[in-house]
Design a protein around this ligand. Sequence first.
Ligand SMILES: Nc1ncnc2c1ncn2[C@@H]1O[C@H](COP(=O)(O)OP(=O)(O)OP(=O)(O)O)[C@@H](O)[C@H]1O
Ligand SMILES: [Mg+2]
Length: 269
Amino acid sequence: MTVFSEQANTTRCLLIASGKGGVGKSSISANLAVALADRGHSVAVVDADVWGFSIPRMLGVSDPPKAVGNKLLPPKAYGVQCISMGFFAEEDQPVIWRGPMLHKALQQFLDDVLWDDPDFLVVDLPPGTGDISISLAQFLPRSEVYVVTTPQPVAQSVAQRAAFMAKKVNLAVKGVIENMSWFTGDDGKRYELFGAGGGQALASKIDVPLLAQVPMVLAFREGADRGLPVLISSPDSEIAAVFRKLAERIDVELAPTRRYNPALKIVNS
Ligand SMILES: Nc1ncnc2c1ncn2[C@@H]1O[C@H](COP(=O)(O)OP(=O)(O)OP(=O)(O)O)[C@@H](O)[C@H]1O
Ligand SMILES: [Mg+2]
């Protein structure tokens, strides 16, 4: 059984955050998770968007978790285990919960699910900077925050709020991911529909790397709706390469240097 907050736990928890909605957190969480699994890692996704869950649909998972004693065995798709409110609520029914209930739901997602000591736990956050971030900071105190933004210069100030939130709850922002960076037309030209430079500007402002620029691709949206991540449906596409590179950077370049397991000591011979 995995307890993510334990000192000896080595799972890297990646919180995918943004100041505003609809910028692509869920699509990026799902595809990043698949790309990390593709690198040979064990990966889990927690859909922390209790109201607006979208991970089961994006990963094409319809089987609910199986009960094993008083724990839940999470379903798996494309090598990724996942848990979501979507397994327990009807898609067209509202989830009307207040802070304490959300806190409890997240705690159950982390504690009452039979996670298999994953290398990575990708957490898809709801839009904004609310109660859930505070709860997660408490449950997963070593989380790394990744801020998703669009390229508009004005989107930056909103995205920056996610970085402020992280700082307030003592979590480290590790990088910025720019989404909807450009659209390549049939003429082969790149069109910057949402402007340019927002991701880099935000990254510079909060002093972290811009880790990826994800283009706008119709098949990406269609894949998200059909539960077919782009790494699976079109592994040779530009966007699949972007996700492989993003996964590599997070895995290699941003690998933590601190040793979390106090039982491990370097022995000089
Ligand atoms: N790069 C992209 N190219 C094409 N469509 C995209 C891209 N990124 C996201 N989308 C589409 O935009 C919509 C919003 O994306 P998504 O649900 O991932 O955003 P979100 O930030 O999780 O939204 P919310 O704040 O509501 O949780 C989805 O329909 C998704 O398929
Ligand atoms: Mg979402």
